[in-house]
Design a protein around this ligand. Structure first.
Ligand SMILES: [Zn+2]
Length: 414
C-alpha cells in the first residue's frame, strides 16, 4: 500500500511535488486484483515457480541469443483534441522502449561504474502492429474519442462498454492505453492476470518524449513495460523487500529525483542502492539500466509454457492478409453539455451524454441576477427538467464536478 498512501498524502500537496516521484500504481493494482480474485494468487505462484525453475535451469535451455519482438497496439483515448496524442509521439515512445531495452540509449553511459558489468541488453524489441487480430492492415495506433474526462487505475479504459477501448488479444499483442490519468503516471498488469485486463496504462502527460519535466523522456512506459514483463519494483514494495531478482541489491525504499554518489541501505554496501534502475522511481534522466538478472527473468516468461510465450507466434507483425482500411474514427460532434430547446417552453432537456460522470451531480438554475431558483440532482445522461414554474426570461443552468470542470449555460424561458 506504500504508493497508495503516498499518493493520498501527496494530494494534499502540490501537483509538482507529487510528480517528484514516478506515481506508479502497479503494486496496489496487483493487491486489488488479488482481493477481487483470490484464485489469482495460486496462478501467480504457479507462474513464479515456473520462472524460478527456468532461471535455475542451465543457460542452454533458455532462449538465449534470440531477439524477442513484441507487437504493440496503442489505444489513445481522448476527450478534448489536445489529449489526442500524435502518431509521432507514439513513434518516439516505441523508439525509447527499444533504446532502453536494447541498452542503446546514450544514458547507458551514465550507469554507475559498479553496476556496468551487470547492465544488460535485454534483446527485447517493440514494434507497432502491422496486422490487427483479423489480419487487416493496421498502423497499430487507435485514436478514440471518449466521453470520460479522466481515468483511474480501475481498468475502465480497457473496456469499450465502459467508454474505453477493448484490448486486442493479449496473447498476441502488448496493449498500451494512453489516457488522462491525472496524478498517476501509470500502472501495469503482471503476467498471469485476466487476459481482458492485460496491458499497460500510461498517463498522456508522460507518454512519449518531450512531456512533463522530470518524466519527459518516455521512461515511465519503460518502467511499466518492465512490470508487464514480470519485474517488481527494485525495493520489493517493502522495506528491504524482495524484487525476485538476484543481482539487484536490496534497498530500503524507492528513490526520487536524481540521486548521485552511493546511498547505502539494507546492508547493501559498498555499492549501495541501484537508483539508476528503470524499476526505481528516479527521474527519467537518471534511470538507465536493467540488470542481467532482470533480463533473464523477463525472458523466462517467453520460454515454452511461460505466460508470455504466445507472443512469439503472434501474427501482429506479419504482413496483413486484408488490405481493407479500417473506417476512420468518427470525430465527436460535441464536447460539451447540450440544452434544448432554447428558447424553451415548460420543459428543458439537459444532455450530458458526452461525460456520464455528471450523473449524480447537483444542478442549479439561476436567474439573470444570480438568484438560485431551482436545484436538482442529475439522474440520467439525458434528463427532462420541468421549468413550468419559471417566469419568461433569461436563466442560467450550472453545475460543477470535483475535477474542476463545470457547466454554465444560458437559456430563455418563453
Ligand atoms: Zn511501478
Amino acid at each position: 500500500m506504500r504508493t497508495y498512501l503516498l499518493l493520498t498524502g501527496a494530494i494534499l500537496f502540490s501537483f509538482g511535488q507529487l510528480r517528484a516521484q514516478r506515481a506508479c500504481l502497479s503494486a496496489d493494482y496487483l493487491n486489488n486484483q488479488l482481493q477481487v480474485d483470490p484464485s489469482l494468487a495460486e496462478e501467480m505462484s504457479r507462474i513464479e515457480n515456473f520462472i524460478q525453475n527456468h532461471i535455475a535451469a542451465s543457460a542452454n535451455s533458455r532462449i538465449e541469443g534470440v531477439t524477442i519482438k513484441i507487437p504493440v497496439v496503442v489505444h489513445i483515448l481522448y476527450h478534448v483534441p489536445g489529449e489526442n496524442i500524435s502518431d509521432e509521439a507514439v513513434y518516439s515512445q516505441i523508439d525509447m522502449l527499444n533504446k532502453c531495452f536494447r541498452r542503446t540509449h546514450p544514458d547507458s553511459a551514465k550507469t554507475p561504474a559498479v553496476f556496468k558489468p551487470i547492465a544488460a541488453d535485454c534483446e527485447i524489441e517493440f514494434q507497432l502492429a502491422t496486422s490487427d487480430p483479423l489480419r487487416r492492415r493496421t498502423t497499430g495506433i487507435i485514436h478514440k474519442y471518449t466521453p470520460l474526462t479522466y481515468w483511474q487505475a480501475d481498468d475502465m479504459m480497457k473496456s469499450s462498454a465502459q467508454m474505453g477501448d477493448d484490448p486486442w488479444d493479449s496473447k498476441s499483442y502488448l496493449n498500451i492505453w494512453v489516457c488522462n490519468m491525472r496524478k498517476i503516471a501509470g500502472y501495469s498488469s503482471l503476467p498471469g492476470g485476466p487476459a481482458t485486463k492485460d496491458g499497460v496504462v500510461i498517463d498522456l502527460n508522460v507518454f512519449g518524449t518531450n512531456t512533463k519535466p522530470g518524466y519527459e523522456m518516455g521512461k515511465t512506459a519503460v518502467h511499466e513495460v518492465g512490470h508487464w514483463l514480470g519485474l517488481r519494483h527494485i525495493w520489493g514494495d517493502a522495506e528491504c523487500g524482495d524484487d525476485l531478482v538476484a543481482d539487484t541489491p536490496p534497498q530500503s525504499d524507492y528513490s526520487i529525483g536524481c540521486p548521485t554518489g552511493i546511498h547505502t541501505s539494507c546492508n547493501n554496501g559498498p555499492n549501495g542502492d541501484m537508483y539508476s534502475n528503470y524499476m526505481d522511481y528516479t527521474s527519467d534522466a537518471c534511470v538507465n539500466l536493467f540488470t542481467e538478472g532482470q533480463k533473464t527473468r523477463m525472458r523466462a516468461y517467453f520460454a515454452a509454457g511461460g505466460a508470455r510465450n504466445s507472443l512469439l507466434t503472434s501474427t501482429g507483425l506479419s504482413a496483413p492478409l486484408i488490405e481493407e482500411a479500417p473506417l476512420p474514427e468518427e470525430a465527436p460532434r460535441w464536447l460539451a453539455p447540450r440544452i434544448y430547446p432554447n428558447p424553451a417552453g415548460n420543459e428543458l432537456v439537459l444532455d450530458v451524454a458526452y461525460d456520464i460522470r455528471w450523473v449524480g451531480k447537483v444542478m442549479i438554475i439561476l436567474n439573470a441576477t444570480g438568484q438560485r431558483l431551482m436545484q436538482f440532482t442529475i439522474s440520467s445522461k439525458i434528463q427532462k427538467i420541468n421549468i413550468a414554474q419559471l417566469k419568461p426570461g433569461l436563466y442560467f443552468i450550472s453545475s460543477r464536478k470535483e475535477d474542476g470542470s463545470y457547466i454554465k449555460q444560458k437559456f430563455i424561458k418563453m
